[in-house]
Design a protein around this ligand. Structure first.
Ligand SMILES: [Zn+2]
Ligand SMILES: [Zn+2]
Length: 319
């Protein structure tokens, strides 16, 4: 089967033998034939590390052997450690080794073995070609719980011009009844934000600012946009070392900083199921956020597009 790897030559679509269940003793696995797999900032950061011994792709959806379309929560927690036993399985002691596409084979392939517990049933109105967005949207649903978002809060999104990630956060806050503005100049991001229903003219200060870029400049902007006593939600991948991080704006306004990176289970249920329901209810989200689709064989071109200055949002591979 074909699968996307980071080899010594860079991003490549290679020919590999399908995974064997014997590699994952103790797990109940099901085969998913991928129909959509999207590229995230984490994939770009992984690709910069050099050759990797696993198939990329933690944002994906596909078909079961009987043809049922499904989404995927790409985690394979142990089920036995103290975190798993209290249903905080996203903190499982296996760490990132449990994440498909980050510590073991992921979904940028014709097929992938997925722990049965991670299968996400799709509402009938959610197209499997868009269901790769379940994973990044789950990150935001989880983060907004951590940030104690309330429908009365005014929310601003900063750093949303790459991979469409921040726009998903805006859409999630909007769905929770908040007024949400985008602070961004890139025309392609503004156009997508308008389709989702985000405000495009940020004004004054906000109770919650979602930072989705990961750069020092964007974090500084988030602090600037935040009201005294407000919350800055850091949900991007923070893969570069900060050289001159300015703490003072956070101190002077007594800001609360909340980090979000995973997703899991809350009182309202599993984040991934909430994300599937939201994408089904609001089809304009996927329509606005997915900017490009490439065949699996063109993975190298797809990654090059995300890396380049050519405007793009979510770039999806379709095996
Ligand atoms: Zn991701
Ligand atoms: Zn565990």
């Amino acid at each position: 089967m074909r699968a996307v790897r980071r080899s010594i030559h860079g991003i490549e679509t290679c020919q590999l033998a399908p995974d064997s269940p014997s590699l994952h003793a103790g797990e109940t696995l099901v085969r998913v034939r991928t129909r959509s797999a999207s590229i995230c900032q984490t994939d770009m950061a992984l690709a910069r590390l050099g050759a990797l011994p696993f198939t990329l792709g933690h944002e994906f959806a596909g078909l079961l052997d009987d043809g049922t379309p499904v989404g995927v929560e790409p985690l394979a927690p142990c089920g036995r450690c103290r975190f798993c036993l209290r249903n905080d399985y996203h903190f499982c002691e296996k760490g990132h080794a449990m994440v498909l596409g980050i510590g073991r084979n992921g979904g940028m392939a014709e097929e992938v073995l997925v722990p049965k517990r991670g299968i996400v049933p799709l509402p009938s109105s959610l197209d499997v070609r868009n269901a790769c967005l379940i994973e990044p949207l789950s990150v935001h649903l989880h983060a907004l719980v951590l940030a104690r978002l309330d429908g009365r809060h005014r929310v601003c999104v900063v750093g949303a011009n790459r991979t469409g990630f921040g726009l998903l956060g805006g859409a999630a806050a909007l769905d929770r009844g908040c007024e949400v503005d985008l602070d961004e100049r890139a025309p392609h991001a503004l156009e997508a934000a308008e389709r989702i229903g985000l405000g495009l003219r940020p004004s004054e200060l906000y109770d919650l600012v979602i930072e989705a870029d990961g750069s020092e400049e964007s974090i500084a902007k988030a602090a600037e946009r935040c009201t005294p006593g407000g919350t800055v939600l850091l949900v991007a991948g923070y893969y570069t070392e900060f050289k001159q991080f300015r703490m003072l704006p956070f101190v002077a306004k007594e800001l609360t900083v909340v980090f979000g990176t995973y997703y899991g289970h809350h009182a309202a249920g599993r984040d991934a199921d909430g994300a599937a329901a939201l994408l089904a209810r609001r089809p304009e989200i996927a329509a606005a956020v997915i900017s490009h689709r490439f065949p699996l064989d063109a993975a190298r071109e797809a990654f090059a597009l995300v890396e380049s200055d050519t405007p793009s949002l979510k770039v999806v591979l379709e095996p």
